[in-house]
Design a protein. Structure first.
Length: 215
């Protein structure tokens, strides 16, 4: 029999950790200066990247980690370092690699990089989201069909992100260029805090793995 309680908890947890709404301001700042068509291309590729990433780790996560010999705490620290680099650029008001000149935007590879990093990974499919789907896939259930709720949670989260990012410009259009830059610095600070939290969580997890006291 399908465990609706497990399904509701799994879907709610995945949606909360992906946090589609929280990605909107970062997306608006990181894609500043791009055309609407380019932004929609970024949205599509970012959502596809997040879906594939979470789906792959849901199915093969345990084997991937075992094959490469790294742990979830190490993954959290790596994700934190990656995010912190983007955050520093935003805080200093520098032109991130995500903000491309018209000439650079002509290169498809660059556009794909923006969609994959940092929007797709790790803003949408971050260490927390990957860890969450892996935990729920490893959770013992009476009916294997219950695991489908994990994939339903992934799809619901990504579809919500697609919808919200599609209307991101309408949310921020009244801010103007100066307002967007100001928000960019605030978002940079928040992104730095998220990055540091990823690193702290990873370090604490490693400490717990070695039996060290963590308060």
């Amino acid at each position: 029999m399908v465990d609706l309680a497990f399904g509701a908890t799994a879907m709610a947890s995945i949606f909360a950790i992906v946090d589609p709404l929280g990605v909107v301001p970062f997306f608006s700042v990181l894609t500043e200066g791009m055309t609407p068509v380019e932004k929609q291309d970024i949205v599509s590729k970012a959502c596809l990247t997040a879906t594939i990433t979470l789906g792959v780790f849901a199915i093969f996560g345990q084997w991937i980690f075992a094959a490469f010999g790294f742990t979830i705490p190490a993954f959290k620290i790596a994700g934190g370092i990656l995010l912190f680099g983007v955050a520093l650029e935003m805080l200093h008001g520098e032109r991130s690699r995500s903000r491309l000149t018209p000439q650079e935007r002509e290169e498809t590879l660059e556009r794909e990089e923006v969609a994959v990093v940092p929007i797709g990974i790790p803003l949408l499919a971050g260490p927390g989201a990957i860890t969450t789907v892996m935990i729920y896939m490893a959770h013992p259930v009476a009916d294997t069909a219950d695991k489908l709720f994990v994939f339903a949670g992934i799809l619901a989260s990504v579809l919500a992100a697609f919808f919200l990012l599609h209307y991101a410009d309408r949310i921020f259009k009244r801010l103007g260029r100066t307002g967007t830059r100001a928000v960019g610095r605030v978002m940079g600070l928040l992104l730095a805090a998220i990055a540091i939290q990823f690193i702290i969580d990873g370090v604490f997890d490693i400490a717990r793995m070695h039996g060290l006291p963590v308060t």
